[in-house]
Design a protein around this ligand. Sequence first.
Ligand code: 3PY
Ligand code: MG
Length: 261
Amino acid sequence: MSFRVSLPEPFGRRLVGADRPLTGLWVCSGSPAMAEIMACSGADWLLIDGEHSPIGLETITSLLRAVAPYPAIPVVRVPVLDTALIKQYLDLGAQSIMVPMVHTRQDAEAAVAAMHYPPRGVRGVGSALARSSRWNAVPDYLGTAGETVSCIVQIESPQAVENAAEIASVDGVDAVFIGPSDLAASMGVIGQQSHPDVLDAVSRAMCAAKDAGVFVGVNAFNIEQARQYIDAGADFVNIGADVQLAATASRALVTDFRKED
Ligand code: 3PY
Ligand code: MG
């Protein structure tokens, strides 16, 4: 019998099996070493960010390989809801895809369709040539691919908050991730992620998604805020980024050192 490969579980399955909220860190640098350091932190999941970073297609493969030996699950965020891009990310071996700026049920349906082969979706077929199927070492990849992927959609506009129940109810949406930064910006209070109106919108989106039976995550670089989101029922949070950790720690070190001169 020829050699066979089993794929790791996608993020949605990890959420189903979780007995506590999952803690995440962003990988924005594009550095495989930093990605591996984040994976060695004990974080449950990592957001490899293709939206706000220089991370392109070639880099995604390197980052996925760097974190593959560790338990932290990589979620890869596309820069935009785009069927062709999602196909490419999937073929690179990204199994859990986060889609930003999902404002309507139709957007969520398009995201899910991009994740699946026909007849369920519209994903193009090229896996024999791709890491997704480990170049056909995964038995019956085409028949089982749908079980190996997770779709996480972002709610980050007032329109999306209004439509949160519909978005979360789309079959194939495994989780929603609320983005307070873009939510604040689109609500006219840019930079004020903890503005009461933003917190209220986050709370409404969380309730709507939970009522629809879908897992909910929130981004919060503020630890206290992250704890509050967990107390309010968030199933997963994101609490920091490789670049932000390196920037704050290096600045603090230099400042402290000079004070002691
Ligand atoms: C936002 O806060 O807008 C985000 O997208 C966080 O991931
Ligand atoms: Mg955002």
